[in-house]
Design a protein around this ligand. Structure first.
Ligand code: RAM
Length: 550
């Protein structure tokens, strides 16, 4: 009797447990969303690119990361002479490219009697050609670094390196050859790919030259990241991240306008959302779209999806897509209430303790309380705007009240009236991040906002932005509160700083005071063509009256 009862309990438990597991919030829609993602996959535009010069790497303490290139011999000398004495040569393709590299070898003298072996090292910036990769101290896979050993068994041969590469420079070292025959290169090229085809309009002739340069490099950055998704970086991590998508898609709307690509990314992220309905921070495309198992939930990225969807709808008027994805956006908001304290503050410490990733910026010292509070309010406002465009306000009728409560709590807890800045955390830390998000969420009035930004310059222990991602929001905040000239100055100083240091594409990490900064403990593994750095194009074109006048 007793045993029968236990068996019964066990059965009930198994059914319950399976029932819980089987409860996939978007089970009914997933297949369709992934199909739509597939239908919107772009056919990549291909261009054949050839090297333009042979260059020499030169140490220069004034150059970015201490290395620059200077013209060496004419390109022909590579092809017209034996390669045996040219090992270590560096070729310049003239500009950043993303694609597949091929080379052709021919025998020059004697009979090829043994294999040849080379190391090709591809780099986005000169220092990647000059910095030894081993012993590798980095925290991400060593294999992201683009050095490839290739063995060629027979000549003549044309070989394509299977891995897609992102580079401007390639160094070729000879690792093995036979003394009984001579050989040389007979040609090389790269098949460059991008999903950006339509060219953005030219800027007016009287646009300041530095703005023009920033716009050109920004466009190149976005173009290179536009592959079969908006990648974060074509060298690394080569995948779609929600936070990067938001910035890329708003920039795309003001430049290349490949809206099918944005649509694809929105569907992809929805299609691989967790069974709980919450979005993953990033997606891999092959062999089947999938998320990274066990990756931490990146809270604010899931919320920024809503902003991306709203901006997509506003730019395209594509109601059908927005309607289909509306349930995803609505679902993400649930997480805000999960750690909401009765006083209206989001309990960021509890969320972090529960394993959520609160990113905001690459910074070890930043306190994220104010930023996350601001991000939540911003996302609520953006979702409300999306609902208004779709006539779905009734679906989220509690949101206006929640915005009010969280705003009031932020003002009470985070605003230091005396010092005229927003503070964050138990130490009442002052940072660029906190001011930016308090402004973007409209917690600050315009007067308070302007005062806070000005005070940042005067205060001594302020946590500065760690990279271009936060710089974007800082500039957007200044534009929002009426500091147009200051926003332009900061954009010119920061992104113009990269241009002056020779950037062909904008970088993932940039600290004007430290060229060697890396979140991954090894600067060559940083990405030097990075999604979240492309947004000057958005600023310059959206706020034409600020940036396009001389
Ligand atoms: C890195 C990438 C990516 C970013 C995440 C948070 O892996 O730089 O762009 O979104 O971090």
């Amino acid at each position: 009797m007793l045993i029968a009862r236990y068996v019964c309990y066990l059965f009930a438990f198994v059914v319950f447990a399976r029932g819980v597991k089987a409860q996939d919030v978007f089970a009914a829609q997933r297949k369709d969303w992934l199909q739509k993602a597939e239908q919107n996959k772009p056919v990549l535009n291909e261009t054949v690119r050839k090297p333009t010069a042979l260059v020499t790497l030169v140490r220069d303490s004034n150059a970015f990361q201490g290395w620059k290139t200077v013209p060496a011999k004419p390109l022909d000398s590579l092809y017209q002479q034996s390669f045996k004495k040219q090992s270590g040569v560096v070729l310049d393709f003239g500009d950043h490219l993303t694609g597949f590299y091929s080379f052709t070898l021919k025998a020059r003298r004697g009979t090829p009697d043994g294999p040849l072996r080379f190391r090709f090292t591809f780099g986005e910036v000169p220092a990647e050609m000059a910095t030894p990769f081993d012993p590798y101290p980095g925290s991400l896979s060593r294999a992201w670094l683009q050095d490839e050993v290739v063995t060629v068994m027979e000549l003549p041969a044309t070989v394509t390196i299977p891995r897609r590469l992102a580079f401007r420079y390639v160094k070729i070292d000879l690792l093995g050859s036979s003394p009984y025959f001579d050989f040389g290169f007979d040609g090389m090229e790269a098949r460059a790919t991008t999903a950006a085809t339509k060219l953005p309009a030219a800027l007016p002739a009287n646009t300041d030259p530095i703005i023009r340069e920033i716009d050109r490099v920004g466009q190149a950055t976005l173009k290179e990241c536009m592959q079969t998704v908006f990648e974060d970086g074509p060298k690394r991590d080569r995948r779609l991240w929600t936070g990067d998508l938001y910035l890329q898609s708003i920039t795309n709307a003001y430049s290349f306008q490949n809206f099918a690509l944005t649509r694809r990314c929105l569907y992809l992220l929805a299609g691989v959302s967790g069974e709980n309905g919450y979005l993953n921070s990033n997606v891999f495309e092959t062999p089947q779209p999938h998320a990274q198992v066990g990756a931490p939930f990146l809270f604010e990225y899931s919320l920024l999806y809503n902003a991306a969807l709203k901006e997509y709808l506003a730019a395209t008027g594509d109601r059908q897509t927005a309607m289909e994805l509306w349930p995803v956006a609505k679902k993400q908001l649930e997480n805000i209430s999960r750690f909401l304290l009765p006083n209206g503050m989001f309990d960021y410490a509890a969320a972090a303790k529960a394993g959520w990733w609160l990113f905001v910026d690459w910074s070890n010292t930043l306190d994220k309380q104010a930023s996350i509070q601001g991000l939540c309010i911003f996302a609520l406002q953006e979702t409300l705007a999306l609902a208004a465009l779709l006539g779905k306000q009734n679906d989220i009728s509690a949101v206006p009240g929640l915005i009010g409560r969280m705003t009031a709590a932020a003002r009470k807890t985070l605003y230091d009236k005396q010092r005229g800045v927003f503070v964050s955390g138990p130490e009442k830390q002052v940072s660029y991040a906190s001011q930016a998000w308090m402004i973007l969420s409209s917690v600050a009035t315009n007067t308070e906002a302007q005062r806070a930004i000005k005070n940042l310059q005067a205060l001594s222990s302020v946590v500065r932005p760690g990279g271009p991602y936060l710089y974007h929001y800082y500039i957007e905040a200044m534009l929002k509160c009426g500091m147009q000239q200051e926003a332009r100055n900061e954009l010119e100083k920061y992104w113009g700083g990269m241009v002056k240091k020779g950037a062909d594409t904008f970088w993932e990490v940039y600290d004007p005071a430290n060229d060697f900064l890396s979140p991954y403990n090894f600067y060559p593994v940083n990405s030097y063509c990075h999604a979240w750095s492309c947004t000057p194009v958005y600023f310059i074109r959206k706020y034409a009256n600020v940036f396009q006048k001389d």
